[in-house]
Design a protein around this ligand. Structure first.
Ligand SMILES: [Fe+2]
Length: 303
């Protein structure tokens, strides 16, 4: 995932190289006494394909100079759990701005707020189950530029239940047999909700690494272009099933002071709705880029 230049830079700066397995690393050891020292940051992998627990880092200390470090970690591990954080709403927003530009879009309703604000995620009484947050999806994939990342933190947690599960869509793609991958590489899918609709490639390519991931989900993917209705539904069902295989997932039991962030481009998530007590989360979304397909990737490579 890292280029030679990235690794050289990591060695030069002393920052965590995201290719770690289970590592301890100290961001920028201060050689100048005027620069405040940071405690060592510890990273523990929670699954073979995605998810790391990050401790020893105070998100309130991050500055814009830490953006590459956070983004490299995110690209490598897809979901980061920063434990032991007790952030006010304003501090949460400030940390979000370190990661990227905050989107002022309210997910699902798609109303634009005057300025980016922390959104509330909660299951209201009487909500029909299995439609949105408690189904496999990536956030706002029906936009031309879906969010790069989503970050959430608990406000209230139920005493039991309310875990969240993420799936690596790289791993889901790589589960498919080679002939099916070649088929998926060629296809496009309509992602839509309400009056919002956009056609995206079935396989999304990481512009930095060229790695491929499935980009079809059970909430927003409506139809595959260029095939019959029956074929479209069968293909969507097969692609969606791959995210539900436990092998490609990581499941997290929330603790009150955890801030989670995920790469919304190459993962899907599922908020398990197995609780009855109140569960309330704060959420921010980070602005993303256009979706790159295999054909776009080949064209760029040929230039
Ligand atoms: Fe979501």
């Amino acid at each position: 995932m890292w280029g030679k230049g990235d690794k050289r830079q990591a060695r030069a700066t002393g920052r965590c190289a995201g290719g770690c397995a289970m590592i301890s690393c100290s961001p920028s050891p201060a050689r100048d006494d005027r620069v405040p020292r940071r405690a060592p940051m510890h990273i523990e992998r929670l699954g073979p394909y995605l998810g790391v627990r990050v401790t020893g880092l105070d998100l309130r200390d991050l500055t814009i100079a830490d953006r590459p470090m956070i983004r490299d970690l995110l690209e490598e591990h897809l979901v980061l759990f920063f434990e032991g954080q007790d952030l006010s709403e304003e501090q949460f927003k400030t940390y979000g701005q370190v990661v990227g530009d905050l989107d002022n879009l309210v997910l699902l309703s798609n109303e634009k707020q005057d300025e980016p604000a922390v959104q509330i995620v909660e299951m209201k009484p009487g909500t029909v189950r299995g439609l949105y947050t408690d189904s496999w999806h990536s956030d706002a994939c029906y936009l031309e530029r879906p969010p790069y990342a989503t970050t959430i933190k608990p406000v209230h947690l139920p005493p039991i239940g309310g875990d969240t599960i993420w799936a690596s869509m790289y791993a889901a793609y790589e589960l498919m047999a080679e002939p099916l991958r070649r088929l998926a590489d060629e296809l496009q899918v309509v992602q839509a909700i309400n009056r919002f609709e956009h056609v995206h490639p079935v396989v999304r390519v990481n512009p930095r690494t060229g790695r491929r991931a499935l980009y079809v989900n059970s909430v927003f993917s409506q139809r595959i272009l260029g095939v019959s209705k029956v074929e479209s539904q069968q293909l969507i069902d097969m692609f969606c099933t791959l995210a539900t295989i436990p092998d490609v997932q990581v499941r997290y039991r929330w603790t009150p002071h955890t801030v989670a962030i995920w790469d919304n481009r190459f993962t899907q998530h599922y908020a398990v709705a197995d609780y009855t007590a109140p569960r309330k989360m704060h959420r921010l979304t980070i602005m993303g880029e256009p979706v790159l397909g295999v054909k776009d990737w080949r064209a760029e490579a040929a230039e």
